[in-house]
Design a protein around this ligand. Structure first.
Ligand code: 5GP
Ligand code: ZN
Length: 139
């Protein structure tokens, strides 16, 4: 099942490969894939075999945590019947992650998808914002 960057990219076992004009070659991991693999350090809040939660490098609230799947999914548009189990697991852990980050009085979960939403990292992530009263909501 192809879950990588787009339909040309596939994951076979632990090997990341790209199918480019029929040729197989190693592909460059995205920044959050590198964080998930421990190749770039992060301030971790929670980790299991499916997901990683870590503090945002540029926090927009007193507590700002990012929850990412270890598997590369570009954004909400990349969620499918096949990979949605990991998304369910992420949401099942959301409350525990917020609590582990010190949030006690409610939080907001946001995922920016695509250009108008100003998505800047093309690896699915859910922002958990809390630890303070948040500004007026948009949704
Ligand atoms: P987006 O704008 O795509 O919804 O959110 C991307 C988020 O990732 C931003 O809030 C940004 O601060 C955060 N971010 C980008 N690069 C890094 C990084 O290397 N480490 C951490 N911890 N956060 C990052
Ligand atoms: Zn990635």
């Amino acid at each position: 099942q192809c879950l990588q960057y787009n339909k040309r990219y596939c994951r076979s076992q632990n090997k990341r490969i790209a199918l480019h004009y029929g040729k197989e070659h190693k592909m460059e991991k995205c920044i959050f894939c590198k964080i998930a693999a421990g190749e770039i350090p992060s301030n971790k809040v929670y980790e299991d075999e499916y997901m990683l939660a870590f503090h945002d490098i540029s926090p927009m609230a007193k507590v700002h945590v990012l929850v990412i799947p270890k598997m590369h999914i570009a954004n909400v548009d990349g969620i499918t019947e096949e990979n949605s189990e990991v998304i369910a697991k992420m949401f099942a852990k959301m409350g525990d992650i917020a609590k582990a980050a010190g949030i006690t009085n409610g939080y907001r979960v946001i995922s920016n998808c695509g250009s108008d939403a100003k998505q800047s990292v093309m690896h699915l992530h859910f922002h958990i914002l809390g630890g303070q009263e948040l500004p007026e909501k948009m949704a």
